[in-house]
Design a protein around this ligand. Structure first.
Ligand SMILES: [Cu+2]
Length: 122
């Protein structure tokens, strides 16, 4: 301890702390590096819990039937690609990955006027 002046030791500690902080990626870098996200939409009688959802390309949406009494599905009315879930009642989960950018207008084919939701993929 006698060989190293107190001030030098303190600078070393400060330097080490600065290097640690620099090593932590910023929030923006982190977001880019993060794996695709999943957002949830509840399927109820007779509604989708979200009117619209904005996601990034390759993100997923998990449609979760909330113990419905009626049968529902999720289908594409218009969009870059078409898909349709199974028609289910009760508890069910349908997860869709969106790998094409664009606007998807989704609906339930059984309740087309009340069950609509839009997904925007950037
Ligand atoms: Cu429905």
């Amino acid at each position: 301890m006698k060989l190293i002046p107190k001030n030098a030791l303190l600078s070393l500690v400060v330097l080490a702390a600065a290097m640690l902080i620099a090593a932590v990626p910023s929030a923006a870098d982190d977001k880019r590096a993060t794996a695709a996200a999943t957002k949830g939409v509840t399927v109820g009688d007779n509604y989708f819990s979200r009117r619209s959802t904005s996601i990034r390309r390759n993100d997923r949406i998990r449609f979760k039937w909330d113990r419905t009494r009626k049968r529902h599905n999720v289908a594409v009315r218009s969009g870059p690609i078409k898909f349709k879930s199974r028609t289910k009642r009760g508890t069910y989960t349908y997860t869709k990955k969106f790998s094409r950018k664009g606007t998807y207008r989704l609906y339930c084919t059984i309740h087309p006027s009340s069950m609509k939701t839009t997904v925007r993929v950037r």
